[in-house]
Each structure stands twice: as structure tokens, then as C-alpha cells.
Design a protein around this ligand. Structure first.
Ligand SMILES: NC(=O)c1ccc[n+]([C@@H]2O[C@H](COP(=O)([O-])OP(=O)(O)OC[C@H]3O[C@@H](n4cnc5c(N)ncnc54)[C@H](OP(=O)(O)O)[C@@H]3O)[C@@H](O)[C@H]2O)c1
Length: 262
């Protein structure tokens, strides 16, 4: 199937590693050009350097901390450099701290909102008018399975990401007739540095080894294993594609069956 992504330009946030990089690589493999963003310049340089030659020349990057009030502007300047139009926006951020809901420091919610929600809404709203004017656009927001089935030790993630799901669903209805689709992806457990650090925290809480925690966690997933960033990226590339034009306002699970509800 031709995904129709050649000559499309994508901005992918949180793209120096993990899910964001997996999505960026899938889009590049389909012929899109991509602007990567994350905090670490080294991480971005490495991510770009490891691409196949033909993809590297379609990839640039901008280092910016989404928590920084000026980040949105710098990211937009880089993504729209030289009059370039952004066809595809992939919203992705770092994850918040873990802990039980009864122990949440409420002030932390505000700080995490400024990293996980405010910049995502700013970038989405900044890029939307040109997508609508062009009659084509894709806005994909990476959330978590916790927005469908809240994860016990990730209360801040569950709460803040759910607010983004509600916003994106509302937006999807407003812009569907303009050729702009707005979807959310809900990863379950995809093998990345973040998954490993969550398993590490669990290992420390329970006094068990990381290997035991990861094995038991994988055993709770019907697929019997964590997903790969390639599997995740492939779903994102389809959502970004031309053939996915009638898919909007959805939360798409990539979870090996981990969410138990229909
Ligand atoms: N992996 C999963 O199975 C899974 C499941 C549910 C939800 N999620 C969520 O999905 C998101 C991505 O997951 P992941 O596993 O790919 O995480 P990851 O491996 O930790 O990657 C996070 C990416 O975001 C960037 N980033 C972090 N904080 C940032 C900030 N303040 N400003 C700009 N960029 C920032 C990181 O680069 P720098 O450090 O260089 O900034 C990195 O590129 C996270 O929010 C995670 O909680 C993941």
C-alpha cells in the first residue's frame, strides 16, 4: 500500500529515542521529511546520524525543552524553516514521575502540565490553521493505555493525558471536514528507556530484580511480550497516511491486548 507520505513534512516531538524516534523512522522510511525535536542535542545528532543515508538528508532537528516557555516558537521556526509546511504533527513528551495517587504533590501537576499539555496544545493550535487552509493534515498525540484503563502508579500521567484526549477528540470534530484528522495513540508497554525506568522503579519498590519485574509484566499482556518501537511506528505511519483519511477522533491502542476493556 502506498501511504502517500512522499513530499509530506512531519514534526515529531520527543523524537531522540523511544516511541518518537520509532515514529520518525517509520515516516522517513515512507518518504516523508521529518523535523525531530527533544532536549538533548547529542541525542538528536545520534538519532539522525544512525539513519540510512537517503533518509538522513530528509531529517533535521531542533533541541528544545518543552517545559521552556520559548520552546514552541523555536520548534515552529525549525519545522517551518524556509517556508516549509508541516503536514503531520506527532505530539509526544517525556513521562511524569510515578507514585500512588494519595501521594501526589499537587504542585507537581502544574509543572507536568507545562511539559506535557501546554506545549502540545500550543503547537497543535499553531500548526492547525495552515493544515486547514491546505485541506490536509494529520495530528497524532501519543498518550498511554492509562487513558483507557488508568495505571495505578501513574496518576499524573492518567490525569494529564486524559485531558489531552478530551481536547483532541473535541478538536477532531471541529476540523474533520477540513481534511485534518486528529487521533490519539495509546501505547501499552513498548520496550523503551521509559518502560525500563518504570520497571526499575517497580523493582526497587518490591525488592525484586528488574528481569523478574519485566518478565511478570510481559506475562500480563495477552501477546506475552512488550511491543517494539517499530511496531508502534508502523501504526503511526498508517495514521499519518493518505489512506487513513476517514480515521479521526479515535484512541488507537498499540498494546498487545493489554487493555482488558472493549
Ligand atoms: N513506552 C511505552 O510503552 C509507553 C507507554 C505509555 C506511555 N508512554 C509515554 O509515551 C511517551 C514516550 O515514551 P518513550 O517510552 O518513548 O519515552 P522515552 O524513551 O523516555 O523518550 C522520551 C522522549 O521525549 C524527550 N523528552 C523528554 N522530556 C522532554 C522535554 N521536557 N522536552 C522535550 N523533549 C523531551 C526525550 O528526549 P530528551 O531526554 O533528549 O529530551 C525522548 O526523546 C512518554 O511520555 C511515556 O510516558 C510510553
Amino acid at each position: 500500500m502506498d501511504l502517500g507520505l512522499k513530499n509530506r513534512h512531519a514534526l515529531v516531538l520527543g523524537a531522540s529515542q523511544g516511541l518518537g524516534l520509532g515514529v520518525a523512522r517509520a515516516l522517513l522510511a515512507e518518504g516523508a521529511s521529518v523535523t525531530l525535536s527533544a532536549r538533548s542535542l547529542d541525542g538528536l545528532e545520534t538519532a539522525r546520524a544512525e539513519l540510512p543515508d537517503a533518509q538522513r538528508e530528509r531529517c533535521d532537528f531542533v533541541a528544545a525543552d518543552l517545559a521552556d516557555a520559548t520552546a514552541t516558537e523555536r520548534i515552529l521556526d525549525a519545522a517551518r524553516y524556509d517556508g516549509r509546511h508541516v503536514d503531520i504533527l506527532v505530539n509526544n513528551t517525556g513521562g511524569p514521575p510515578t507514585g500512588m495517587p494519595s501521594g501526589v504533590a499537587v504542585a507537581e501537576m502544574g509543572a507536568q502540565y507545562d511539559k506535557m499539555v501546554r506545549p502540545v496544545m500550543e503547537l497543535t493550535l499553531a500548526l492547525l490553521p495552515a493544515m486547514r487552509a491546505k485541506g490536509w493534515g494529520r495530528i497524532i498525540t501519543i498518550a498511554s493505555s492509562g487513558v483507557v484503563q488508568p495505571i495505578p502508579h501513574l496518576p499524573i500521567s492518567n490525569a494529564l493525558r486524559s485531558s489531552l484526549v478530551a481536547f483532541m477528540k473535541t478538536l477532531a470534530g471541529e476540523v474533520a471536514a477540513d481534511g485534518v484528522t486528529v487521533n490519539v495513540m495509546a501505547p501499552g508497554r513498548i520496550a523503551t528507556a521509559r518502560t525500563q525506568s518504570i520497571d526499575n522503579a517497580q523493582a526497587q519498590r518490591s525488592g525484586r530484580s528488574l528481569e523478574d519485574v519485566a518478565r511478570d509484566s510481559a506475562a500480563t499482556i495477552p501477546a506475552g511480550r512488550y511491543g517494539t518501537v517499530e511496531e508502534f511506528g508502523a501504526v503511526a505511519a498508517f495514521l499519518a497516511s493518505v489512506p487513513a483519511s476517514y480515521m479521526t477522533g479515535s484512541v488507537i491502542r498499540v498494546d498487545g491486548g493489554a487493555i482488558r476493556a472493549v
